[in-house]
Design a protein around this ligand. Structure first.
Ligand code: SAM
Length: 471
């Protein structure tokens, strides 16, 4: 399962076999572990450093918050009446709400601008948005999701985030490995797991757990990790992460992987507050694989977040794999003219025309490092620019969210507290002051894009996507 279950009013009890196992494993630390379930989960907020710096965020944040030690873009929210998921700044993609422990996964992946990174199990996009922010629009992120519904949640979250160098695929790990072997500097496997680490934050997950499900997860994790290995370039990094305490899904999967796949070794990670070592003794009684202690366990009784497990595997250096060919696609003339007209009339700094391509009725700007994807299911091959509709061009919401206010010719700005912002997010047309010309207009909140409107006379026709509108 994946930790998406909604919180239930009367939490189901913690499963007895789970408690019995944790009592045996943790021994003297078990009472503190158990007591953590009486504390509320700490909500975390991660700033979108593509749009503003942590210091800029701290200056405008309407929420009670403190800094997260060891992660400049991370904050811990103080529990109060505010609803950060409903604020216009959320709609503008200024932050992502994420468990503080989950933020540490990308901290250890340590994406650097220019790197080529695959997030193999990416929905709903917590780690993918974090990776995109760290890449700073340089290099490439391929965010993949196998699940046919969850991939659209991933697309929505990434669109709000506004990165320009992200492709979204909907594939099995095996098919990606067959097409792009050895292509990625770094691969993240944030594996589907039994979710024991989320029992506090999402109590409904307790009812979905069973020892059989956990055992099945371990088998699936091993298969995913094995399929992921060939995607990593020689000398590259493979991060394995779960949100479960279960040793069979953590140290056990790693021990099996290291025995089955030659050429990978566990690597020690930088010590951070709240990091506890992996436990080889919990899966191999004779501690035959002491390197497993280099993995990291995050415990709810020792840090601000929920239960997580993270391990860093490095592939041994070797000759690079042949690079897949670059992506090229035709760009028919009528679309070219419509797009060029839009750029001329509505943008001050248009996207790189050499990378604009048409797929069906949609236009995209391909990231420079995107390889040819023919034969793979690609949901978004790059920044979604817009759609061709009956001989006219309609800009995509994703394009609006990837711009800065200075990149649009027409901007209508509102302070966050103004009623017009809520009206826009509800999908209402807005009266617009006299002066200025008609056409596509970027609606912003305190200078941050929220979406498009189309000005006709003194009215702004609302183009905020219907599926995102807030009642
Ligand atoms: N990385 C995500 C984030 O930070 O928001 C969370 C990922 S969730 C823990 C695991 C994901 O793995 C789910 O979206 C699930 O659909 C996907 N998954 C399930 N089975 C899979 C498989 N066989 N191969 C790859 N991904 C799989």
């Amino acid at each position: 399962m994946c930790p998406t279950a909604a919180p239930s009013p009367t939490p189901p009890p913690l499963p007895k076999p789970f408690l019995a196992r944790m009592a045996t494993l943790l021994a003297g630390a078990f009472p503190a572990f158990l007591a953590s379930y009486d504390q509320p989960a700490t909500a975390g907020l991660r700033v979108n450093s593509l749009k503003l710096s942590p210091a800029q965020w701290a200056a405008i944040s309407p929420f009670g918050q403190t800094s997260l030690p060891g992660l400049p873009e991370g904050f811990l929210l103080v529990e109060d009446e505010t609803r950060p998921g409903k604020h216009p700044y959320f709609a503008a993609g200024l932050y992502y709400l994420q468990d503080p422990s989950a933020m540490m996964v990308t901290a250890l992946l340590d994406p650097r601008p220019g790197e080529i990174i695959l997030d193999l199990a990416a929905a709903p996009g917590g780690k993918a948005t974090h990776i995109a922010a760290r890449l700073q629009n340089q290099g490439l992120l391929v965010a993949n999701e196998i699940h046919p519904q969850r991939v659209w949640a991933l697309a929505q979250n990434l669109e709000r985030w506004g990165a320009t160098n992200v492709a979204i695929t909907h594939e099995t790990p095996e098919r990606l490995a067959g097409r792009w072997p050895g292509f990625f500097d770094k691969v993240l496997v944030d594996a589907p797991c039994s979710g024991e680490g989320m029992f506090r934050k999402l109590p409904a997950a307790r009812a979905e757990w069973s020892p059989e499900i956990a055992a099945g997860c371990a088998l699936r994790q091993h298969a995913i990790l094995q399929a992921a290995a060939p995607l990593v370039r020689p000398g590259g990094v493979l991060i394995y992460a779960t949100c479960t305490f279960n040793p069979a899904e953590n140290e056990g999967v790693l021990a099996r992987f290291l025995a089955a796949v030659p050429g990978f070794a566990l690597e020690a990670v930088e010590a951070r507050p709240g990091f506890a070592p992996g436990r080889p003794d919990w899966v191999t009684p004779d501690a035959a694989l002491p390197a497993l202690s280099q993995a990291v366990r995050l415990w709810p009784h020792e840090g601000p977040g929920e239960g997580h497990f993270i391990a860093c595997l490095r592939r041994q250096p070797g000759p690079p794999a042949p690079r897949p060919g670059a992506a090229t696609r035709p760009f028919p003339r009528p679309a070219g003219t419509l797009w060029a007209d839009f750029c001329r009339t509505s943008l001050t700094t248009p996207p790189d025309s050499g990378r604009v391509t048409q797929v069906g009725g949609y236009l995209y700007e391909l990231p420079p490092d995107l390889p040819d994807w023919q034969g793979l299911r690609v949901i978004r091959p790059g920044r979604w620019l817009g759609e061709l509709k009956k001989q006219r061009f309609e800009p995509a919401h994703a394009l609006a969210l990837s711009l800065t206010a200075t990149q649009a010719r027409r901007v209508l700005n509102f302070p966050a507290g103004e009623a017009a912002v809520r009206a826009y997010l509800r999908g209402e047309a807005l009266p617009i002051p006299a002066g200025g010309d008609d056409g596509w207009t970027l609606v912003t909140v305190d200078g941050f894009p929220l979406g498009w409107g189309k000005r006709v006379d003194h009215l702004l026709k609302n183009h905020y996507p219907k599926g995102l509108r807030q009642p």
